[in-house]
Ligand binder design. Structure first.
Ligand code: FNR
Length: 385
């Protein structure tokens, strides 16, 4: 169907899954083990109902916000995902241009199909903000070189992924054709090349970190070279020493770690379980957000809290904002959109979300995102059928 006929994120996903190669569909859609966390991420939203207010003027509604101080037309951003070229020849550049046209912010994966500099070059203007998702290399010098590079390229924040010291068990992906495609080899070579262009010596062999490397699927060779020995005490100060950019921890999965992140002085946390691809039975991030709101409301004053996983509707975004999220990430939605329609698909998902968010705000009785408060939502103890 023409892209303008795509009315929902779900429909976009359906179209993409029809056009994607078997391999790409498996890598994009897979979750860990039996995919309980994958499906619960989305289902959790159905346990939260609104408490809408009526008889409030709603003719003019502003859904815009800031994320780490950067302007965003909607309270959403693109969560970084690897290998967009598996779905479309232009890869992540589709997302960059689509975000430029709709004033959204893209987080770029360390294992994007395009290099960090190619993505930066695809921006509509140098003022277009970009975030960088970091898998910290086990070798500090390589990781520091990458941080210097992305800072020079004009990236605006670092999202350090903390939920993937090793790859989860992604069986649908593992079962897909075993050989890495030539394209992926190229990307792998490129990922390793980043450090070499900085004049660092040495082969990109996997550092022995004392962990048995099982095959979790396409991402495994990448994750095997990430640092398995990061800690709050050591890694956050190390990051601060090596970059001036704001630091966000991506993949916080419980209240205690949210508190530790606040104590470590990071600028934000992204409550996330990697879209259900890492630890099976990691809780839905929306429930973690709810617990954080209940148990430690003070954390929301110390840093920005974001959430991703299973977000498919404008109402999902509004529920998370009511519970205290500053913004919400979408991973697969944009990945599928660029696969099916390139840049136009990305713009269409932004439009769908814009329409749904504004409509939801009107029907809730609010005109700005700052009015989205916990009183406007409640958790129910039954699951709608
Ligand atoms: C991811 N995600 C991810 N996260 C990360 O920190 N680095 C990465 O390289 C990737 N790669 C990746 C690939 C694919 C195909 C998917 C689906 C996801 C996780 C991603 O950033 C985000 O947390 C989830 O995608 C959010 O869940 P939804 O929106 O896909 O349900």
């Amino acid at each position: 169907p023409p892209v303008s006929r795509i009315l929902s994120v779900k429909e976009m996903e359906d179209v993409a899954l029809r056009v994607l190669s078997f391999k790409a569909a498996a890598y994009y859609s897979t979750g860990a083990d039996d995919e309980i966390t994958l499906s619960e991420n989305a289902r959790a939203f159905s346990r939260f109902f609104f408490r809408p207010r009526v008889l409030r003027p709603i003719s003019s509604v502003d859904p815009s916000t800031t994320i780490l101080g950067f302007q965003s037309s909607l309270p959403i951003f693109v969560s970084g995902t690897g290998l967009a070229k598996l779905g479309h020849p232009l890869g992540e550049a589709n997302i960059t241009r689509g975000c430029g046209r709709t004033a959204l912010i893209q987080m770029v994966s360390t294992y994007a199909s395009l290099s960090a500099s190619e993505v930066a070059a695809a921006r509509l203007s140098p003022a277009q903000p970009l975030f960088f998702q970091l898998y910290k290399h086990a070798d500090d010098a390589r990781a520091a070189a990458l941080l210097r590079e992305i800072e020079t390229l004009g990236y605006n924040a670092v999202f350090l992924t903390v939920d993937a010291p090793v790859a989860g068990n992604r069986e649908r992906d593992v079962r897909a054709p075993f050989e890495l495609e030539a394209q992926e080899r190229e990307i792998e070579a490129e990922a390793r090349g980043v450090a070499e262009t900085e004049g660092l010596e040495g082969e990109p062999e996997m550092p022995d970190q004392g962990v048995d490397e099982d095959d979790g699927g396409t991402a495994t060779p990448f994750l095997n070279i990430t640092d398995h020995n990061m800690t709050f005490e050591k890694t956050i100060p190390w990051l601060r020493r090596n970059t001036k950019l704001p630091i966000v921890l991506k993949g916080i999965q419980c209240v205690e770690d949210a508190v530790l992140a606040a104590e470590a002085g990071v600028d934000g946390i992204l409550l996330s379980n990697h879209g259900g691809r890492q630890l099976e039975y990691s809780p839905p991030p929306l429930e973690v957000l709810y617990q954080l709101r209940q148990q430690r409301p003070d954390v929301f004053d110390k840093l920005e809290v974001y959430v991703d996983g299973g977000v498919r509707r404008g109402t999902d975004v509004l529920k998370a904002l009511c519970l205290g999220a500053k913004a919400v990430g979408l991973g697969r939605a944009f990945l599928y959109a660029q696969s099916a329609y390139g840049e136009a698909g990305v713009v269409q998902v932004a439009r769908i979300m814009q329409r749904e968010i504004v409509l939801g705000m009107r029907l809730l009785g609010v005109t700005s995102v700052s009015e989205l408060r916990p009183e406007l939502v409640e958790r129910i103890d039954w699951q709608p059928s």
